[in-house]
Design a protein around this ligand. Structure first.
Ligand SMILES: NC(=O)c1ccc[n+]([C@@H]2O[C@H](COP(=O)([O-])OP(=O)(O)OC[C@H]3O[C@@H](n4cnc5c(N)ncnc54)[C@H](O)[C@@H]3O)[C@@H](O)[C@H]2O)c1
Length: 247
């Protein structure tokens, strides 16, 4: 049976680890040709061996000119997944001007660059699906110590709706995936950086009504749904996958 993304070409940012990497693998398993983009090429070296439909490319998504070159080299895209992101851990008072600017650069301006680069070809071909990875820590809910992060992820939701509205009659869709706390290398690093990592791990799990964190594969499955025609009547939407964290 053909996969749900057979014949589709996708660019996935943040594919070096975590959710982006799982999305690249899930898309390739569904038949897509995938350009996997992340800052650090070494983290993606093994991807083509896992699935030859994945072509890694080193890319800093905050560099608009580099994004334009990478999107042009990738060829006309059917799917764009913006999964690259950065978490500043802290309240607004803990956040320096540099932390604030970096949060906007990595979480929002990165998507400004990738969408502006990919959208013209999608519009010209009359179809495309853009999936922006936001978070439940956003306009959906407030999470402790996520002031800059939550602000920028709320902006991702606004960006998603604005783009969706502007291209609504074109065949191009734009939706946001809003994960709850998901076990990923960066989450693990944040837990290990706490003074008492085991207590921190218990705290993360304790705010999950299901008693566990999400997995990157669960987020990738949701991204497949948003990318493929199963979600053809959905645009400007939020797909919350959080184990009931925000119930
Ligand atoms: N893990 C969670 O609990 C969680 C929850 C909600 C939302 N999210 C969002 O999901 C996305 C992925 O999160 P994760 O925890 O899997 O991430 P992660 O931090 O483990 O991996 C992110 C990847 O993006 C890459 N990246 C970061 N900045 C980049 C840049 N400027 N250019 C190119 N690549 C860059 C990193 O190198 C890394 O490979 C992020 O947008 C994050 O905000 C994660």
């Amino acid at each position: 049976m053909a996969g749900r993304l057979a014949g589709r070409r996708a660019l996935v940012t943040g594919a070096g680890q975590g959710i982006g990497r799982a999305v690249a693998l899930a898309f390739a398993a569904e038949g897509a040709d995938v350009v996997a983009a992340s800052r650090t090429a070494a983290k993606m070296e093994d991807l083509p061996a896992l699935n030859p439909a994945i072509a890694p490319v080193a890319l800093d998504v905050t560099d608009g000119a580099a994004v334009a070159r990478a999107v042009a080299a990738a060829g006309p895209l059917d799917v764009l997944v913006n999964a690259a992101g950065w978490v500043h851990n802290g309240t607004l008072m803990d956040c320096t001007a540099e932390d604030w600017a970096r949060s906007w650069d990595q979480n929002v301006t990165s998507m400004f660059h990738t969408i502006r680069a990919a959208l013209p070809a999608m519009l010209a071909r009359g179809h495309g699906s853009i999936v922006n990875v936001a978070s439940v820590a956003s306009s959906i809910t407030g999470v402790p110590n996520r002031a800059a992060y939550g602000t920028t992820k709320a902006a991702v939701i606004g960006l998603t709706k604005a783009v969706a509205r502007d291209v609504i009659a074109s065949g191009v869709r734009c939706n946001a995936l809003c994960p709850g706390t998901t076990r990923s290398p960066s989450l693990e690093a944040r837990i290990l950086a706490e003074p008492d990592p085991e207590e921190a791990r218990r705290r993360f799990v304790a705010r999950q009504p299901m008693g566990r964190l999400g997995t990157v594969e669960e987020m990738a499955a949701a991204a497949v749904y948003l990318a493929c025609d199963d979600s053809a009547f959905m645009t400007g939407g939020l797909l919350v996958v959080d184990g009931g964290q925000t119930l």
